[in-house]
Design a protein around this ligand. Sequence first.
Ligand SMILES: [Zn+2]
Ligand SMILES: [Zn+2]
Length: 339
Amino acid sequence: MRSTFAPRLVNPPFGDPGLYVGLRHQGRAMLFDLGRIDRQPAAALLKLTHVFVSHTHMDHFIGFDHLLRIFLAREQHLEVFGPPGIIANVRGKLAGYTWNLIDSYPFTLTAHEVGPQHIESTHLPARTAFTPEPLGTRPFQGVLVDTPELTVSAVHLDHRIPCLGFALTEKTRLNVRKERLAELGIPPGRWLNQLKDAVRAHQPADTPIRAEWREGSTQRSAAFTVGELREQLLVETRGQKIAYVVDTLFSHANLVRISELARGADVFFCESLFLDADRDQASKRYHLTARQAGSLARAAGVARLETFHFSSRYDRDPAPLRAEAQAVFRGELPPDEPN
Ligand SMILES: [Zn+2]
Ligand SMILES: [Zn+2]
């Protein structure tokens, strides 16, 4: 079965971090981190609906201007999520330019500041020169985005400042067995979406559901329960999961949070700025080593580990960084343990 998420790093491993994820059936995309993105085709960037910023160190946020410029005259909307301070950071970027000729521009931006307990949101429309319209706060319990198809969740990690780690999880895929539907002699219709919604909402098996269709000018219908249709008609497949973690200290608290966040991911994208030989540098700078990335991936039971965000001190060769992380991930070298 074709995968729904098409993730790719936006830069080579020594470049700025950033993960672009195309959402195949929806014709849109999400971006994790906003470092340099000027090598990306505008057409790909214009598919973005959501941008998730781990923290606003320059290598994770310098791409904001480029994105803004591409979206500015478009009838589009962008949701930007980030750690405490992101609203001020976004407003600071916007305050760096003069906006006297954009009152006919339909572009709008909403910034969401993810605190430990609450998400505070502010709407910033181009037509009013990005005058903030506060949208208030809502409780934060780990989930940033929840649609019928997917969720995006986040945890706060310690990078000497709060840094967000993210997981993108596709909900269980529900496909209809066409041959069974044909046997029932009922044409597909809106009732199939009602069935899928009921299954996704975990409604009880005996919940009634009515299939309705037209035969010529006659309106027909048939009564079922969600349970029987689910069993007869639906094929359920576990969805994909992608986790993204950058710039974080290898501490016990971070390890617990990351292994929960990335649990069972199909792909785990993890920074590893340093080699194990430079582990002191790594902890001083609140970053991970390749060995630590491998240890996290192993603890989280992910299927595949992809390391990136390598220090320029090794920039002649990414191979030792990758080899170290993979050897620990596969269990060929012992994992690291937090102090
Ligand atoms: Zn960084
Ligand atoms: Zn950083």
